[in-house]
Design a protein around this ligand. Structure first.
Ligand code: SF4
Length: 180
């Protein structure tokens, strides 16, 4: 993939498309790749990614039974938030991914993804863990793993959100075999 639709292509090392089985029923969506992701070409492989893996492990999910992607596929310099123009340019890629994967559940990681996929006015501190069905896909948002690394006091709430996510997987994702 050699996309040059937005200026982020000029500074990237790799396009970070996504990871996971093609027909995953659960799809996690973050904001954009960080430094490690840019270098390795895989989403969520830095410290925040390791923490995400631990979060998934708690409820029997892993990169083998869910899909992980980002709103923008190339790293915004300095890990800044992706600009609107970059998100708009990249949105076709992500929407095509969602169409192909056809997930039953979308889990937004952090405020930016929640504003894109749930509600432009989404308030992560108030609305994390709540579920809404839009266009036949149930959606929720968790605190971004980076936020949980920065502020461990948010972890108990996230643990409850993960338990709710596990319940939704059991109810809506008959082909997802939870591990452990
Ligand atoms: S961020 Fe998306 S739209 Fe921009 S160059 Fe990368 S793949 Fe293309």
């Amino acid at each position: 993939m050699a996309c040059t639709r937005c200026p982020l292509y000029e500074t990237r090392h790799h396009v970070v498309f996504g990871v996971g089985p093609e027909h995953s029923e659960v799809m996690f969506i973050g904001e954009g790749p960080g430094e490690q992701e840019d270098l390795k070409g895989e989403p969520f492989v830095g410290r925040a990614g390791q923490f995400l893996d631990e979060m998934l492990y708690i409820i029997g999910l892993s990169r083998k039974n869910c899909y992980i992607a980002n709103i923008v596929k190339c790293r915004p310099p300095g890990n800044r938030d992706p600009l609107n123009v970059e998100r708009d340019a990249c949105s076709d890629w992500l929407r095509s991914q969602i169409r192909l994967i056809s997930p039953k559940l979308i889990v937004c990681l952090g405020r930016i993804a929640a504003m894109e996929f749930i509600d432009p006015e989404f308030r992560i501190s108030r609305q994390h863990g709540s579920w809404v069905e839009i266009d036949g896909i149930w959606r929720t948002a968790l605190y971004h793993p980076s936020a949980l690394l920065r502020d461990p006091t948010k972890r108990p709430e996230t643990f409850r959100d993960l338990i709710s996510l596990k319940q939704m997987v059991l109810e809506h994702c008959p082909n997802t075999i939870l591990e452990g």
